[in-house]
Design a protein around this ligand. Structure first.
Ligand SMILES: Cc1cc2nc3c(=O)[nH]c(=O)nc-3n(C[C@H](O)[C@H](O)[C@H](O)COP(=O)(O)OP(=O)(O)OC[C@H]3O[C@@H](n4cnc5c(N)ncnc54)[C@H](O)[C@@H]3O)c2cc1C
Length: 463
């Protein structure tokens, strides 16, 4: 009756996971992607490019070795934009190749073009050349993601004033950079450029930032940024941004201060890429940020055979959670009802240094009125930390004093986004402080911090 069992709009993490899952269930699948190559924001402008850039910067700048050899240590002296691009291109090519192979192995069909609804079961696909065709599907997954918010007052020019999709292709490295927006993306790029000794000013209209992270970690993080000369302008609204005749960019702040820099990154928010989907024809609507409302358990929209997943449904807007949403949507569409996901997922922020967190923050524990104790470990207390020359890095664990259960883990420092998974496993398996006290950890490792933080809390909690 329909051309396909499942049609997926967008080939980012949620779309591709849904497509492969549907194919593994023996269903016919078409993925429609308007971009030049499959992969989505995640592969082409977001997750993978920013993390590749970060890795390249840390390697070429010798950042990880500076604890030993001093702040002036460099692996490569004159790092240019070309050095950063070379590794990026190779990584992206490899990612796309793996994806294409995954699709072909699983007989997932792809169509290059822009999708829009003509009815709840019919999608029109327009190719770059303007050719149109209509395909029908029993189920549709909207996995179109987001695009950067580009307000009119920002003079974007793709040479000195960028949004977060454009910055990965910057033509040269600036001596100074203003970053507007201290969300995850802004903080990541601000700290990556600062690791290259670019003079960075991070501007945020709100007085605080990354409010979902444990405050003690953010205090520590801010201290590290200031120590590295990252200028923080918190609580400063932007009044105007002007490119002067000399090409320099002046950002005028509400408190009267001016920030003049060679380049500017505007990273204050993203919008659902839903405006060209003709959602009315499908009987769907969006909120003020172009996002679609779904049932979080099934990922169904208000039209039951149409699902939405990934960034287009809003928080947490991560590639990791998007993939899981895609899988759940596909399973539900074809009658498999996967159990609800575990309560806690990890949040990773690839700033320099990394931040990763799972479970409740101390502020949340207090708000819930749970009696608790905190254990802290500093990476410089571990032998691995000595070997690596780490001067910073902190792990904070929170335990219930009533049940002894782990409530949250918060890490700032080298390897945080990998280390967090130990805490995540204990948390979701409802483990207690005794796990950390009784188990043996590899030595010398940074994971040993779990034991140190556990003992720190245990010393205060007693048996
Ligand atoms: C700078 C940056 C860094 C990030 N870092 C991380 C990180 O470290 N870890 C992490 O987990 N997440 C990270 N994210 C978030 C992550 O990239 C997103 O959560 C993820 O890409 C969302 O996946 P998605 O399935 O919504 O699809 P997306 O990756 O957003 O892709 C959507 C695709 O749909 C296509 N599309 C849109 N409309 C149509 C249409 N009408 N027809 C056909 N195709 C269409 C687009 O071309 C695009 O290819 C980062 C994001 C950014 C911007």
């Amino acid at each position: 009756m329909y051309d396909y069992d499942m049609l997926v709009i967008g080939s980012g993490p949620s779309g591709r996971r849904a497509a492969v899952q549907s194919a593994k269930l023996g269903k016919s699948v078409l993925v429609v992607e308007k971009g030049r190559r499959v992969g989505g924001v995640s592969v082409h402008t977001g997750t993978i490019p920013s993390k590749t850039l970060r890795e390249t910067v840390l390697n070429l700048s010798g950042w990880r070795e500076r604890g030993f050899y001093g702040r002036s240590y460099r692996v490569k002296q004159d790092i240019g934009a070309g050095d950063l691009m070379a590794r990026l291109q190779k990584t992206l090519d490899h990612e796309v190749e793996v994806l294409e192979h995954q699709f072909s192995r699983n007989t997932v069909r792809t169509a290059r073009g822009e999708a829009r609804f003509v009815s709840p079961h019919e999608i029109e696909i327009t190719s770059d050349a303007g050719e149109k065709r209509i395909v029908s599907a029993a189920h549709v997954l909207i996995a179109c993601g987001t695009r950067p918010f580009r307000p009119d007052y920002v003079p974007f020019n793709n040479t000195t004033v960028f949004d977060s999709d454009e910055i990965i292709e910057l033509p040269k490295l600036p001596r100074s950079l203003a970053v507007i927006g201290a969300g995850v993306i802004g903080v990541e790029y601000a700290t990556i450029f600062s690791a290259l000794d670019v003079a960075v000013t991070l501007i945020e209209p709100r007085p605080t930032f990354l409010d979902f992270i444990d405050k003690e970690l953010i205090d520590e993080f801010m201290h590290e940024l200031r120590d590295r000369n990252v200028a923080l302008r918190l609580g400063s609204a932007v009044n105007s941004i002007e490119v002067g005749e000399n090409g320099r960019i002046t950002t005028k702040l509400g408190d009267g201060r001016h920030v003049t820099t060679e380049m500017l990154l505007f990273a204050a928010g993203r919008f659902g890429a839903t405006d060209r989907l003709n959602l009315e024809a499908a009987g769907l609507k969006v909120d003020h940020r172009g996002r679609i409302d779904v049932n979080p358990a099934t990922l169904q929209t208000e039209v039951p055979h149409i699902y939405a997943a990934g960034d287009v449904i809003g928080f947490p807007s991560l590639a990791s959670t998007s993939m899981e949403q895609g899988r759940v949507a596909a399973c539900h569409a074809f009658g498999l009802n996967p159990p609800p996901p575990p309560e806690y997922f990890p949040y990773g922020i690839y700033s320099v240094p990394e931040i990763s967190t799972t479970g409740l923050t101390e502020e949340e524990v207090r708000k819930k009125g749970i009696p608790y104790e905190v254990g802290i470990a500093r990476f410089r207390e571990t032998s691995r930390g000595h070997i690596m020359g780490l001067n910073s890095g902190i792990m904070k664990m929170i335990f219930s004093t009533k049940t002894r259960r782990l409530l949250g883990v918060h890490i700032l420092g080298e390897g945080a986004t990998e280390l967090i998974h130990i805490g995540q496993a204990v948390l979701n398996l409802k483990g207690t402080i005794d796990y950390f006290i009784e188990n043996t950890f590899n030595y010398p490792t940074l994971a040993e911090a779990y034991k140190i933080a556990g003992l720190d809390a245990w010393n205060r909690m007693g048996r």
